[in-house]
Design a protein around this ligand. Structure first.
Ligand code: FES
Length: 109
């Protein structure tokens, strides 16, 4: 089973099982990791913002324009930010590390 490492806001790391085909957001929810994902992956919020470890960022499929537009609304945007609902686990991403941002904009905006 591939693994995914979440780095929580306080720096604590959690390695969890990451079934292929599930998004980082879905995996977070399965493991009670604190990522909101208010729109359930329909690219209508930015509450699933995660900061990808720079060593991994280049291995991800490129963000679509819609994702980029939503990311622009995320608090604490970094050059390796992505939306967790748009990162889907593949064998190449086994061991992926993502950090939770310090704060997110809530669903009401
Ligand atoms: S859950 Fe809303 S954009 Fe990812």
């Amino acid at each position: 089973m591939p693994k995914l490492v979440f780095v929580e806001k306080n720096g604590a790391e959690r390695e969890v099982d990451a079934p292929l085909g599930l998004s980082v957001l879905e995996i977070a929810h399965q493991n009670d990791v604190d990522i909101e994902g208010a729109c359930e992956g329909s690219l209508a919020c930015s509450t699933c913002h995660v900061i990808v470890d720079p060593a991994w960022y280049g291995k991800l499929a490129k963000a679509t324009e819609d994702e980029e537009d939503m990311l622009d609304l995320a608090f604490g945007l970094t050059s390796t930010s992505r939306l967790g609902c748009q990162i889907v686990m593949t064998p190449a991403l086994d061991g992926l590390r993502v950090r939770l941002p310090a704060s997110t904009r809530n669903a009401q905006g």
